[in-house]
Design a protein around this ligand. Structure first.
Ligand SMILES: C[S@@+](CC[C@H](N)C(=O)[O-])C[C@H]1O[C@@H](n2cnc3c(N)ncnc32)[C@H](O)[C@@H]1O
Length: 242
């Protein structure tokens, strides 16, 4: 018998921009053969209002470098919604990394559409592959994660960061949305928590979020209108291997 497929309403962001960043795909349906597959949480695009509010929260810290010197790195870019939103800010470049080939294909298509419509935004590029193998660009980096994977992969990512940023003190901040595996970062030598709290989405985004969540087949994911978030900075001190 053919497997039943969930049908999701089109997100207003996609209606406005002609992109395709919607839907919700559980992690168990995102197999690629990579050992990190089993920790993949899901594909789900960030609520645009929540994303903008969280980046604004980070800017209030304020960060130690000027915004235009940061590369924005989306760890688990999916179909690229957060990358497109990040390009509204004056980052040096916007880089996404996505493990699943079909999501990466859709992401590249969205990036092409976006760049054609907004030729003056920051350069956008996608790396297809596993986030823990990413080679970070030189200069300050703002790493963004919307709960892409569980704690074992978060720890692997932190080891990658430690290896590449050990001599780049204060050059890497992490924005962590729906920080389910925050315990993997909190208290780890070299990482300092700078901010923690809920970030709310607009009432329009909350209505759409609820519609999408209500369209799931298995009711696995919930919607509360906000996300628990935190901000960390890597201060370049190598921890003992964990
Ligand atoms: C919740 S979605 C976030 C999408 C996007 N960042 C956003 O905010 O709109 C998480 C994404 O992380 C991807 N992902 C999970 N594990 C990964 C890994 N090890 N390497 C790269 N991407 C991964 C998933 O395939 C999924 O597309």
């Amino acid at each position: 018998m053919a497997k039943k497929k969930a049908r999701f309403p089109r997100h207003p962001f996609d209606v406005e921009h002609g992109t395709d960043t919607g839907g919700l795909t559980p992690g168990v349906e995102l197999k690629t053969g990579h050992e990190n597959d089993r920790h993949n949480t899901a594909y789900y695009g960030i609520a645009p209002s929540l994303f903008r509010r969280f980046v604004t929260q980070w800017r209030k810290l304020p960060p130690p470098h000027r915004l235009s010197s940061y590369s924005f790195i989306d760890i688990g870019a999916g179909k690229g919604r957060a990358m497109l939103l990040a390009s509204e800010f004056n980052f040096r470049e916007v880089v996404g990394v996505e493990l699943h080939p079909e999501l990466a294909r859709r992401c590249r298509r969205n990036l092409r559409l976006w760049q054609a419509a907004h030729p003056d935004t920051a350069p956008l590029r996608l790396v297809e592959g596993d986030a823990t193998e990413l080679v970070f660009p030189p200069g300050p980096c703002l790493v963004y994660m919307f709960n892409p994977f569980g704690a074992p992969v978060v720890r692997r990512l932190l080891r990658t960061i430690e290896a590449q940023f050990a001599d780049r003190k204060g050059d890497l901040d992490i924005l962590y949305v729906n920080h389910e595996s925050e315990a993997a970062i909190k208290g780890r030598a070299g990482f300092k928590q700078l901010w923690r709290g809920p970030v709310a989405m607009s009432s329009l985004d909350a209505i759409v979020d609820l519609q999408i969540i209500n369209s799931q087949l298995d009711g696995e994911y919930g919607s509360t209108g906000d996300e628990a978030c935190s901000i960390y900075r890597y201060n370049g001190v190598k921890s003992s291997s964990r």
